[in-house]
Design a protein around this ligand. Structure first.
Ligand SMILES: C=C(O[C@@H]1C=C(C(=O)O)C=C[C@H]1O)C(=O)O
Length: 461
């Protein structure tokens, strides 16, 4: 037994442990235990960035909505004991959480919460050492969880208690969060295209040929770029840059061992709250221009472009047919709007619906992911095309990541404007939708603009 003075959630966890363990034995499966309390708000980026790198760690931040979540340490929840391996992985994650959360034991102001991450294409089995620690998808139950909404902050301690596990294996204490580190000067970084301009042109030619032959209507193709710096990339500073420049986006980071996947995603895949679902069709883009007149013209051109409207409409239709069986009603505006971030304009159609009883955010993801905003249409043909033609496996880039509560409410975004960092090396991704009228030079420039958030955050400038 430890003689350390425990904080209230840790003490409650210890008290409730024997009850959870008995329940676990009775059901012959792990029981989730979660104990929470209100706390003083802390700096979520500092909390994430200061965590020891041997712990799995997660950050989720929407600056404009003042929402933050940090998970430190934790367990990968078992899928095999609670779901059938014949289900596709997204549906398996949904079923596993439903089974495990239904008889969770919880105390205090935060419900039990898991973090979910899913590769873009779990059927892409090409090995890649960069993505190896992440696997094809997982549900992680953070051991220490911090959550903030506006001025309200809570923290909890969670565990999955297994049959026969009589007491917690380790007690973890909250790191004391300190002041942000001062920002460093822009660093010298060597960049290397993993998809060179010639490769890109060829990939797009193949895509256009498949579209002309009627095999595909749209396919999203991605570039990848490697960065090497003289010293380790400063993660904390990069996250602060992303949060400051992209306040409407979801800034995320998932660290497993020395590798961190991070980004600032503009694309919500699904938010489920109190029986409603909200998502967005986001497709059709223009880089921002430097002069206000040119920038306005770029946005107007995007709004009127037949090519982009077609590319966008394919996403709206796919979302409509994926959500219809889950919803009693769906609301889809007739016309997209233009939404603008620091780097690009996008065509966006916000979509919402009333869910049939009991559908969780992961049930919604299992039907939506990957949408043609990041995959293509028809889905299977587009995924096969990407597997065959894109030289760099996507891993969790353009995958689905977010959080889910015991009730099934939660939010999942698409892992875009993102990359992997490991010490002084990084790999970034950016892609574009290809339809019949796409031009490889314009698509190269569009992808370049989509690299910008991560390039600026890591290399400055
Ligand atoms: C694929 C990416 O973005 C996606 C593709 C878009 C497009 O082709 O217009 C727009 C938004 C995203 O759904 C990316 O950022 O890498």
């Amino acid at each position: 037994m430890s003689c350390r003075v425990l904080d209230a959630p840790q003490a409650t966890l210890q008290e409730l442990w024997p009850l959870a363990e008995r329940q676990a034995r009775a059901h012959d499966r792990p029981v989730i235990l979660s104990c929470a309390e209100h706390c003083e708000p802390v700096d979520p980026i500092a909390l994430f960035a200061r965590a020891a790198s041997h712990l799995p760690r997660v950050l989720w931040l929407v600056p404009e909505r003042e929402e933050a979540l940090v998970g430190l340490a934790g367990q990968r929840l078992p899928l095999q004991s609670v779901t059938s391996p014949s289900l596709p992985l997204p549906a398996r994650l949904a079923a596993a959480w439903r089974a495990l959360a239904q008889d969770a034991l919880a105390e205090g102001p935060l419900p039990p919460l898991a973090v979910a991450g899913l590769a873009f294409d779990p059927a892409d089995e090409r090995p890649d050492p960069w993505w190896q620690p992440f696997g094809q998808g997982q549900l992680l139950l953070p051991r220490l969880l911090y959550r903030q909404q506006g001025a309200l902050a809570c923290r909890s301690v969670q565990a999955a208690v297994f049959p026969g596990e009589r007491e917690p294996r380790a007690l973890l204490t909250w790191p004391t969060s300190s002041l942000p580190t001062p920002s460093a000067a822009p660093r010298s970084v060597v960049q290397h295209e993993l998809v060179r301009p010639d490769d890109w042109r060829r990939m797009i030619q193949h895509a256009l040929a498949a579209i002309a032959a009627g095999d595909l209507r749209k396919v999203v193709l991605a570039r990848a770029r490697e960065l090497v710096a003289a010293d380790p990339f400063p993660l904390e500073q990069a996250l602060r840059e992303l949060a400051a420049r992209y306040p409407s986006c979801t800034v995320f980071a998932i660290g497993i061992g020395e590798t961190v996947f991070l980004g600032a995603s503009p694309e919500r895949l699904a938010r489920v709250a109190h029986g409603t679902v909200a998502t967005v069709a986001l497709a059709g883009s223009r880089p921002r221009a430097s002069s206000p007149e040119q920038d306005h013209r770029a946005a107007e051109e995007l709004r009127r472009s037949d090519k982009d409207r077609h590319e966008h409409a394919l996403v709206v239709e796919a979302i409509r047919s994926a959500l219809a069986p889950l919803c009693t009603s769906l609301s889809i505006p007739e016309e997209p709007v233009v939404v603008s971030m620091a780097n690009v304009h996008h065509l966006a159609t916000p979509i919402s619906g009333i869910l049939h009883d009991g559908a969780s955010v992961l049930d919604v993801v299992a039907r939506l992911h990957p949408t043609p905003a990041v995959g293509g249409t028809p889905r299977e043909a587009a995924l096969a095309f990407i597997r065959q033609r894109e030289p760099v496996p996507r891993g969790w880039y353009a995958g689905a990541l977010g959080w889910i509560e015991a009730s099934g409410d939660g939010e999942i975004v698409v892992g875009l404007r993102s990359g992997l960092v490991r010490s002084q090396q990084a790999r970034l991704y950016a892609g574009c939708g290809i339809v019949a009228d796409s031009d490889s030079v314009a698509e190269w420039a569009e992808a370049e603009a989509k690299f910008r958030p991560m390039l600026e955050a890591l290399a400055g400038g």
